[in-house]
Design a protein around this ligand. Structure first.
Ligand SMILES: CC(C)(COP(=O)(O)OP(=O)(O)OC[C@H]1O[C@@H](n2cnc3c(N)ncnc32)[C@H](O)[C@@H]1OP(=O)(O)O)[C@@H](O)C(=O)NCCC(=O)NCCS
Ligand SMILES: [Zn+2]
Length: 246
């Protein structure tokens, strides 16, 4: 698979030798309006549970769900070297332990962890070599009750700083915090089951945070249980698509 394992990087800061462990996480930014993953072409790839979830949604929501899950299957299938339709998922809820909801995993025993998020016409998929990973993306569009949301989501110190911002800067700053926190909760598998104000919005000891470029109009975050994180962009990506795999 493409995600590399830990890399020891010996660096020198002054006379002090530093040892930074970098984890590579592969990231796909998917345009959900791409004809190649349109519903009629790809719906056959989905399993009965995914089809049930798709059918519960209407119109654009259903098309985006189908496209996102097809893209996820195509990505995981290429890594596992199986057909997209053959990828099997299992779920475990980090809160109640149930197997019918919560964090998805690939059922095959593989040194692989993944996370997916979608918003508007975009999805983000992050894949690691087994290091816990979480990813989130949010469209930059005005949110009603932004002030109220920020009070609930940000801790008091962050909220005091955030309150000095206004307009687009306030919205972008809030979405940066939100995506980081959701990415953490996806990486741990907790989901939104506790107060978001207590969830970090930046790297913490043992955890790294990266901000994938989205091509504009979206804010994204990837969090991994690792001391250092390197994002490797994979095709297809939004915008001009000039940033492919090395
Ligand atoms: C997981 C969660 C943060 C996703 O946020 P969202 O804004 O709704 O949706 P996103 O597009 O960002 O992410 C959705 C993806 O997260 C993943 N996901 C769902 N639950 C997850 C969990 N516990 N941990 C990690 N990832 C999870 C799924 O792959 C999902 O994709 P799908 O909806 O296409 O199947 C949110 O829905 C949540 O917290 N749900 C769980 C609530 C819960 O656990 N309640 C207690 C039940 S006992
Ligand atoms: Zn549960």
């Amino acid at each position: 698979m493409s995600a590399s394992s830990h890399t020891d990087v010996g660096a020198r800061a002054g006379d002090v030798a530093c040892d930074v462990r970098l984890t590579s996480v592969d990231v796909w930014l998917v345009d959900l309006t791409d004809d190649a993953i349109s519903e009629p072409l790809v719906v056959h790839m989905l399993d009965p549970e995914e089809r049930r979830c798709a059918a519960a949604r209407a119109g654009a929501g259903r098309r985006r769900y189908v496209a996102a899950h097809a893209a996820l299957r195509m990505i995981l299938g290429s890594i596992l070297e199986v057909d997209a339709a053959s990828v099997r998922f299992r779920r475990t809820c980090g809160r109640c332990g149930a197997q019918d909801h919560g964090r998805p995993w690939v059922a095959e025993a593989a040194p692989l962890d993944f996370s997916i998020g979608h918003s508007g016409d975009r999805a983000i998929v992050a894949v690691s070599d087994g290091v816990q990973v979480g990813a989130d993306i949010e469209a930059v569009r005005p949110r009603v009750h932004l002030q109220r949301l920020a009070r609930r989501v940000l801790d008091p110190t962050d909220h005091a700083e955030w309150s000095a911002l206004s307009g687009e800067r306030a919205l972008a700053s809030f979405l940066e915090a939100w995506t980081a926190k959701e990415a953490y909760l996806k990486a741990t598998g907790e989901g939104i089951t506790r107060r978001l104000s207590g969830v970090p919005r930046a790297a913490t000891p043992g955890w790294s945070l990266a901000r994938p470029e989205t091509g504009g109009g979206y804010v994204a975050a990837v969090v991994a249980r690792s001391e250092g994180l390197r994002i490797r962009y994979r095709l297809p990506v939004v915008a001009t698509g000039e940033r492919g795999a090395p």
